[in-house]
Design a binder for this molecule. Structure first.
Ligand code: FES
Length: 313
């Protein structure tokens, strides 16, 4: 689907090194609706596409709001948004799409946020407030000054546990949080990889349908071993994948246009249907069942266990 052109209506301070971008239609028309947990993809200059979670209330139809953390090792996304983006500029935006959906019928929802991972969880909390459903939030950050949305959360203090490293607060005890949650609660986590791994361990004994998480960065290194070929079913071309290249790298070098965003296996933009061969999955998008089915793969990071893959490209 073609992107929509949205204007940067406002840029606000969210926390140290975090800016909040309010994006609206230049014609002041309504935007496509979104569900809590959804994200949009921004097409930025120099061919960069980046995904950002929507943090505003899904009941809002006139704007999308995202929080962007300045990443010291930014490959261009957060660096451009922090350094070059200006109010009034137009951005091409894809989505919204949702790979971190909220179960709105759960009897209770427990949110665990690390740093900028608060953004989709705050959108979910606002949605549950409208629905009158119970929720609690546990939010860990390096410091209060670097924690976005603490002002908004202050209105829900009874539901929120804040934990700041520079104030000497102990790390979140995820095992205790899970054990003490109300019967039937669903659990959501978004934050850095170590927190997500602890979360997965704490939830290991639960029904997977009650456990939801979203990675912002990859856990595994991308598959760059090469040594296989990719057959493109639609064009009939065969592309060799050399050592040091991902499938995405090789396709782009061969002039094959394929969508991508994070290039770390976390956003799902490059998901491609697999028609033959067995992928070596390295992403964080597919579930264990989806990986086993081998119907799709993330070509930015996953490789092949077989000498050839056939992709629906
Ligand atoms: S580009 Fe994000 S998963 Fe591949």
């Amino acid at each position: 689907m073609a992107p929509v052109s949205l204007r940067i209506h406002a840029i606000a301070y969210g926390a140290d090194d975090v800016l909040l971008f309010d994006l609206r239609s230049p014609e002041a028309t309504g935007l496509a609706p979104f569900d809590a947990g959804a994200h949009i993809d921004l097409r930025l200059p120099r061919g960069i596409t980046r995904s950002y979670s929507l943090l505003n209330d899904p009941a809002e139809r006139h704007r999308y709001v995202i929080g962007v953390k300045r990443e010291p090792d930014s490959r261009g996304g957060s660096a451009w948004l922090h350094g070059d983006a200006r109010v009034g500029a137009l951005l091409d935006v894809d989505g919204p799409r949702n790979s971190f959906a909220l179960n709105e019928s759960a009897p209770h929802s427990v949110f665990i946020a690390g740093g900028i991972g608060i953004t989709p969880l705050w959108s979910m909390a606002q949605r549950l407030e409208h629905l009158g459903r119970g929720w609690t939030l546990h939010y860990r950050a390096r410091s209060r000054r670097r924690a976005a949305l603490v002002g908004e959360l202050a209105a829900h203090a009874a539901r929120v546990q804040l934990s700041f490293r520079d104030e000497g607060d102990a790390p979140l005890d995820l095992g205790r949080i899970v054990a003490q949650a109300p019967e039937g609660a669903h659990f959501y986590c978004c934050g850095p990889v170590p927190m997500l791994e602890s979360f997965e361990a704490a939830c290991a004994g639960l029904d997977p349908a009650r456990v939801h998480l979203e990675y912002f960065a990859a856990k595994d290194a991308p598959a760059t071993e090469g040594g296989f070929v990719v057959h493109l079913a639609r064009s009939g071309r065969t592309i060799p994948i050399q050592p040091g290249c991902t499938v995405l790298d090789a396709l782009q070098a061969a002039g094959v246009a394929v969508p991508s965003s994070c290039q770390q296996g976390v956003c799902g933009v490059c998901e491609t249907a697999v028609l033959g061969g067995e992928p070596d999955h390295r992403d964080l998008v597919l579930s264990a069942q989806e990986r086993a089915a081998n119907r799709t793969m993330m070509i930015c990071c996953s490789g092949s266990k077989t000498p050839a893959l056939t992709l629906d490209i």
